[in-house]
Write a protein that binds this ligand. Structure first.
Ligand code: UT7
Length: 331
């Protein structure tokens, strides 16, 4: 019997309608379009404005896009994983609510949190379930309502992040396509440099934590930048070497969209031509867990069966890694 690999067989996406431009940010904090564009590559990001809606709203819409465009019967889905750093609420799982809302009534569901690497790690989890033969349809959704944890008076963070969601369906493949290899890393040294101080078990919410604005993302950008540049490039190089891939045989780099300069540094290290690098950071900013599946959805029509894709991400924690996957279909 042929070895079962885990292939992505469908993708979907959702971004909210509201566009927060660099020009609008200029009216909110001391910044300018030229600085944001040259330092990050971001021109605009989407913001979920619907009152009382959280990350599940984005996740549900991305999943529904995948389901309707590909005629998937949600009752056949075995497992729904929502990769997110901004769950709807503490304790009650965002994935469970999402699964129920999309009609995945026979699935079980849970959230996976690894900051900006959540979707990358989720790809490893989803693929393992498929490769083991345990499940046949695993829906992995990357979704984040970053606007819910961003301080819009802090110019160091508010210019970077946006809201969005993307989804990918993993199914068994007997042609050797899909997931090939992974190199995943983490290092707790990163905790001090990218975090939300309060609202967790170390520092529960109190009047003081609210007064001190400790429920927002705090990032030491320059330090995170340095780690991101070297680590994302390292793992990408490593996964190429390990799989005897070259800049000629790699078809696409699918990099986490945190900063255009980090993406370019990774591409340069492996010598990849610009046209092989997926990029949509100018339109959405950093959507955390949603960047990788949003890229897949935006580039889906250009992808060919058998293409070699290298996914790479770096995020809070620190968490980072690279995954090598062969694309499994033509659209
Ligand atoms: O996805 C999760 C992982 N996160 C990342 O990968 C993010 C990594 N970090 C970055 O992308 C970059 O560090 C940032 C985009 C966050 C910042 O860019 P930078 O080139 O590292 O800038 P910086 O923080 O070193 O600041 C340079 C200067 C500072 O002024 P002085 O001290 O040189 O006078 C800042 O105060 O730019 C100033 N600055 C700004 N100026 C205009 C910081 N933010 C802004 C702003 N507009 N929004």
């Amino acid at each position: 019997m042929a070895k079962i690999t885990a292939a992505i067989t469908a993708v979907g996406k959702y971004v909210p309608d509201y566009i927060l431009t660099n020009q609008e940010l200029e009216t909110m904090v001391e910044t300018n379009d030229e600085w944001i564009t040259s330092r990050t590559g971001i021109k605009e990001r989407r913001i979920l404005k619907e009152e009382g809606e959280g990350t599940s709203y984005l996740a549900i819409k991305a999943a529904e896009d995948l389901i309707t465009r590909n005629n998937i019967n949600p009752k056949e889905i075995d497992l729904v994983i929502v990769a997110t750093a901004t769950p709807d609420m503490l304790v009650a799982s965002t994935a469970v609510y999402t699964a129920t809302k999309i009609g995945a009534v026979n699935a079980f569901a849970y959230d996976l949190q690894a900051a900006c690497s959540s979707f990358l790690y989720g790809m490893s989890t989803a693929s393992s379930y498929i490769e083991s033969g345990r499940y046949k349809k695993v829906l992995l959704i990357g979704a984040d309502k970053m606007s819910s944890i961003i301080d819009y008076t802090d110019r160091a963070t508010c210019i970077i992040f946006g809201d969005g969601a993307g989804a990918a369906l993993f199914e068994p493949n007997e042609e050797g396509l899909g997931f090939q290899d992974e190199y995943l890393r983490s290092d707790g040294i990163g905790r001090e440099f990218l975090k939300i101080d309060a609202g967790g078990s170390i520092l529960p919410t109190s009047e003081d934590t609210i007064k001190n604005r400790q429920h927002y993302v705090h990032q030491e950008g320059r330090t995170v930048f340095k780690f991101a540049v070297s680590n994302m490039a390292d793992v990408s190089e490593k996964i190429l070497e390990r799989n005897n891939l070259t800049k000629e045989t790699v078809n696409w780099l699918v990099p986490h969209q945190a900063n255009k300069r980090i993406i370019e540094a990774t591409a340069n290290r492996i010598g990849l031509a610009e046209e092989k690098v997926m990029m949509n950071i100018h339109r959405y900013g950093n959507t955390t867990s949603a960047t990788l599946p949003l890229l897949l959805a935006d580039y889906e029509k250009e992808l060919k069966k058998g293409d070699n894709l290298i996914f790479a991400a770096f995020g809070g924690g620190f968490t980072w890694g690279a995954i090598y996957l062969k694309w499994a279909y033509n659209k």
